[in-house]
Design a binder for this molecule. Structure first.
Ligand SMILES: C[S@@+](CC[C@H](N)C(=O)[O-])C[C@H]1O[C@@H](n2cnc3c(N)ncnc32)[C@H](O)[C@@H]1O
Length: 273
């Protein structure tokens, strides 16, 4: 099985859309009048949830109407948030077919089908023409990508000169032992955690300049504490992560505390503006 098949298999739930809607219903939301904001408890699949997406977006200087690519768009939470809050036209790509289907269905349900779109594709083979996007985002995806150089070269290719690329990924901070499972991987084959230095080298080689870097360790520990308290009641993101959700979250927090990895933001700009 290829890496991409293994990654897709890791994320595939089997009955995701129904489970998501059930969780949202149990959280007290009216399924007949859902808004994108009602979905925030389940549709932001990264450390820190919606506040983390907001914090990343605040560092992206693009006008309303900008065309933005969301790489590894998951079930579409960041894409819908960015479309509504920033007025950007968001196109998401993701490896996992079930996520793409859920992202489309949820967007339709909250009346955003004309503002966001999703398709199944790999970050390393983007189905878009050169220089066609104003910006790109990637939240908690690079940990599943072995060849980051190939992915970043693809992002550079589809961005216009001067286009911004905002990354929010878990990145290696030390050589400490790694404990499985974590939300993005259950075995070494699908875990391609890398240091911020490796990201920056790959970005520069692909034709980006690094504008900003911010370590989000403290923010992560605070939000992880809240998440672990929530896993006792299976409402929210644990629905997406399945039966081992509590172990995944506990391992993640323990490794962030131990300094093995931390979520890091990197803002890069495509050279040539
Ligand atoms: C942890 S989830 C994050 C989803 C979304 N970015 C979010 O923050 O809500 C990681 C996602 O990356 C996708 N993914 C992993 N490797 C990918 C690749 N090479 N190309 C496209 N998507 C990928 C997975 O299918 C999964 O949906």
């Amino acid at each position: 099985m290829s890496l991409e098949q293994s990654v897709s298999q890791h994320y595939t739930h089997g009955n995701l859309l129904a489970a998501l809607l059930d969780a949202v219903h149990r959280a007290g939301k009216n399924l007949d009048a859902l808004t994108y904001a009602d979905l925030a408890i389940v549709d932001e699949f990264h450390i820190g949830g919606r506040p983390a997406t907001r914090a990343l977006a605040e560092q992206i200087d693009l006008p309303g109407g900008a065309r933005v690519l969301d790489i590894g768009s998951g079930i579409g939470g960041p894409a819908r948030f960015l479309a509504v809050e920033r007025g950007w036209r968001i196109e998401g790509v993701d490896l996992t077919a079930e996520y793409v289907e859920a992202a489309q269905a949820l967007s339709q349900r909250v009346g955003l089908a004309d503002k966001v779109s999703f398709r199944q594709a790999s970050a390393t083979a983007l189905p878009f023409v050169n220089a066609s996007f104003d910006g790109a985002t990637m939240l908690h995806v690079g940990m599943n990508i072995a060849d980051k150089g190939a992915a970043f070269a693809e992002v550079r290719r589809v961005l216009k000169p001067g286009g911004v690329f905002a990354i929010y990924d878990a990145m290696r901070q030390s050589d400490g032992a790694f404990a499985y499972p974590v939300p993005w991987s259950s075995a070494p084959e699908t875990n391609h955690l890398a240091t911020p230095e490796a990201y920056k080298d790959a970005l520069r080689t692909a034709g980006f300049e690094i504008v900003k870097e911010r370590n989000r360790r403290e923010f992560a520990l605070q939000s992880m504490q809240r998440r672990i308290e929530q896993t006792a009641q299976p409402i929210g993101l644990p629905v997406v992560m399945g039966a081992t959700a509590a172990q995944k979250l506990a391992n993640m927090r323990e490794m962030i505390e131990r300094g093995v990895f931390a979520p890091v933001e990197l803002i890069a700009r495509a050279a040539g503006s």
